[in-house]
Design a protein around this ligand. Sequence first.
Ligand code: G6Q
Length: 543
Amino acid sequence: MADNTPLKSLPAWQALEAHYEKVSKLHLRGLFAADPARGEKLALEAAGIYFDYSKHRVTEETIGLLADLAESAGLREKIEDMFTGEKINVTEGRAVLHTALRAPKNATIVVDGENVVPHVHAVLEKMAGFAEKVRGEHWKGYTGKPIRNIVNIGIGGSDLGPVMAYEALKSYSHRGLTFRFVSNVDGTDFAEAVTDLDPAETLFIVASKTFTTQETMTNAETARDWALKALKDKAAIAKHFVAVSTNAARVSEFGIDTENMFGFWDWVGGRYSMFSAIGLSTMIAIGPKHFQEMLDGAHEMDEHYRTAPFERNLPALMGLLGIWYNNFFNAQAIAVLPYEQYLKRFPAYLQQMTMESNGKRVTTDGRDVDYQTSQIYWGEPGTNGQHSFYQLIHQGTKLIPCDFIAFAKTRHKLGRHHDLLMANVFAQAEALAFGKTAAELKAEGVKDWLIPHKTFEGNRPSTTMLLDELTPAALGRLVALYEHSVFTQGMIWQIGPFDQWGVELGKVLAGRIAPELEAAAEPELNHDSSTNALIRRYRQHRH
Ligand code: G6Q
């Protein structure tokens, strides 16, 4: 297959290059005028998501050509390889099986000769038992008080998913429990998270796949000191600390009983781990039943991705549309704009999932790419963004395709709020696509000199995703949608979405600098002159 054929040599790629020359000149105003049914034709519904892509700068031919690209890039086979546990994380020699985390009990997925599904369900059951104990006040702290506060300590993939899911599903959460998330090595994060908490009522979940991550271990040690200062007895650790990890030896070295450890496996990547035991805080918040609904939602999207033809396959289409703008229109970014306050951390979560996965510059076989890879993902919930950076999206010089995410039902029926929210999301997509012409402004009597300022050229693409309601299942579907969109892109760009070597160098250098900052005597510094000067200045000024 196309593995070793450079991407730009694929006939399907070249067909898209030629097609781009025609389509890039078209305006969405013209495309909609030419086909009154376009708004319904270029929309799909699957796994509970209505996906309107009609406001994209595409024709039906574009979609066909993009689907051809996916076929000729071998996407079909690659999806099967992922789902069946092939070791597609090449540089780490690992399978990539976040889909197994949401597979039903009777599924069979074999890694190294063993069916992993029973292991997944065993951990889910152990998590459920623990979550119910905490929720039902049966898990008591060392002094006999029930646990009221849960503090998740983790970073990156061991933090962003849990925070995002907790915030997203807050309306389903146990309101008698307080949840906090500590990630940053900046002591402020820990200090502020625990400032109003009683150690006797606080449970720390130390979430770290490796149990070696500097930030997490530093925060966990500080948490242990904080708890012991109040509880005074090492035996208290067993009641106030649990771990989520793949590294049992390190967990017990830290002092946590491995009975209170929830495991996962090397085939779960950090940024793909929110459905694993890393989701323990989520499960305690929303309960095992809702957690299972979230898994079922993700599984529904998995099945859709695995089986639907690419033209009608939401994750494939989303990924391919991203490629269309990134590689043909030279667009650099994608804005993710949820019109749902509960999804306020969703853009941050997606930043890691998308950019840590596909921010790569060599192919899996080590060649430099000669095309762009991951877009920059960013965003904020609507309508706040409208009063801030949307100006640039409407009238700036950059092309920024937008993902609008909205829900027909609100979790809080309050007067006109939801209708107004929805009016805004529909209006933004409409304004971006169709803009406002000079002729329209003139007809409205706008003075000539103001017309250039008030003109919106339009033709700015967006997807509108409309879901029924932000339920646990809906969240599962949305997350899986983006996961598979990222996979689609990574496979077409011939890069490896599941490693992250780019985070290593900074870690190594920080490890070298930390002792230089901590040394009592003036250390000999052998960095560049800028780094040396910064270190010296910090040492002089820190007290
Ligand atoms: C994610 C990355 C990274 C990781 C953190 C935390 O895909 O690998 O963000 O999740 O570095 O790692 P630990 O869970 O091992 O502490």
